[in-house]
Design a protein around this ligand. Sequence first.
Ligand SMILES: Cc1cc2nc3c(=O)[nH]c(=O)nc-3n(C[C@H](O)[C@H](O)[C@H](O)COP(=O)(O)OP(=O)(O)OC[C@H]3O[C@@H](n4cnc5c(N)ncnc54)[C@H](O)[C@@H]3O)c2cc1C
Length: 547
Amino acid sequence: MVLGQSHEVMMGFSYSTREKMLEELRESGIVDLLVIGGGITGAGIARDAALRGLKVCLLEKGDFASATSSRSSKLVHGGLRYLEHRQFGLVREALQERQLLMQRLAPHMVHPLPFLIPVWKDSPHSGRWIGLGLGVYDFLSAYLKPHRRVNRRQVARLVPQLNFANIQSAFLYYDCQTNDARLTLENVLSAYQAGAKTLNYVQVEQFLLRKGRIRGVVACDLLSDSHLEIQARAVVNATGPFADSVASLLKSHRASLLRPTKGVHIVLRPQVLSLPCAITYFSAVDRRVMFLIPWQNFTLCGTTDTDGEVEENGFASGEDVRYILDSFEGILGKNVSISPRDIVSAYAGWRSLIAHPSVKRESDVPRTHKIILHPEGLITVAGGKLTTYRRMAKSVVDFALKTFRLGGSRCWTHRQPLPGAMKFSRRAISTLSERDRHLLLTYGRRGELVKRYSCGEEGQEVLHPSLPYRWGDMEYFIQEELALKLQDIFLRRSHLFLQDPLFTLAIAERVATLLQKRLGWSEVVKRREIENYQKYVEDALKWKKAL
Ligand SMILES: Cc1cc2nc3c(=O)[nH]c(=O)nc-3n(C[C@H](O)[C@H](O)[C@H](O)COP(=O)(O)OP(=O)(O)OC[C@H]3O[C@@H](n4cnc5c(N)ncnc54)[C@H](O)[C@@H]3O)c2cc1C
């Protein structure tokens, strides 16, 4: 085992850090564990292995969390509906992870969220059945915040926007909400601080084989279009919905591991619903379970679940959005209507579900994960959930240590908080200014670092009239969070794209000028990056034209 050098004391996680990591890999490209994929699964594995003292390299072909891990429902939850499929083990594990994340690992970014489950008159489940399920859910979560029943009058007071004529009674219970992209990023940061080389925009193109066994990878740095070879004692394919396509670089891989399904959410503008809690309902189209989720001042609605080919840069279609709008029928009161004009943005992600030939309905496919050892020695991990990423990572690293005798200590990710983690009183939050609340609940301890960038005349400048960002935050993303493109800043370091896509177009030139200064872009590169972003926004809003 070669110990990774700790980066904890080093400042910054920027383009120049990335250059240095690449240079070191080119000079002595040998690591213990190479992880392909910088979504939550890959980031969790890299962190786990680096904390155990292994020399680790993580390669992500886009930005960290650029695929599924920034396109989820943003819930850290046990998954109440999985009880229906008797997946008690999965639910229990997810509830334990929820607790750990909320209390110790990431209290600044995993927050309790009340959920209301109305017993709809035409509900496929009776009140007694739902109550029973919630009783089991409470039991599996060790009764940390037990559910309670609420009558129609209480529902009317709590959520006057609902259609009471259609409600018999309701239940209130708790789960948690997070920032999926930033949870991934904090795992990447933590891996980096523990000595891992964590690189975005580096794509694995081939495996290096010796006598039929994997010895490393050939990767392409997509920023400089140059190739490098990295030797590794073990290689993990953690590419989520792309797991089959990466595994198919090996001769032995034939049968598909995955059954990817597409999930779309729409984002409603703040004034439309302003919900005090999330609402569970059944789609008027096909009776699938759907959610309305308060998210910052906006509302997320989703999700769809349809079989389909994984698209590289997948977008919501007009049909997806229409389905979500049609699903509302009978749910909201007569004085509340939601039209396409109320939708600010929409996004799509692909679930990397394990193929189960016997399961017909997409939403019935189990959300468990699977570890596969290919004959050439590649480890593929597939399936799982955002919530259970830490457990998945632990089981993958345990497996790699045992199979390849890598050495390394025992897992301790359950004890080590993420970089921004800090304890605070949730009650005291209401006394903070909107900006301070944003800093605390988004960056936690690292909020102090953000503040250092958002002082001075330009740094303090308010970026958006109704969102809590400052101009200095953009600089912070570039210098401390390895943002390299406009998409990285608008879609994942911040949520500006989801909250106001047209506004991001208006400031694209100014942010690109900042990137140009820090990354040394030529004028041609700057123009190209702006055009790429404009094209992205155009594609991401195409659903509008189809409605
Ligand atoms: C609509 C939807 C809602 C969801 N909601 C929730 C929820 O609320 N709570 C929850 O717990 N879970 C949820 N999930 C599940 C959760 O989001 C996923 O399980 C998780 O994000 C998958 O992470 P991942 O790292 O495995 O995959 P990804 O995030 O997709 O990451 C894989 C990465 O591999 C990279 N990659 C691919 N090929 C290469 C290559 N050749 N070289 C380098 N990199 C490569 C990709 O660019 C990608 O970034 C949801 C999923 C969907 C689709």
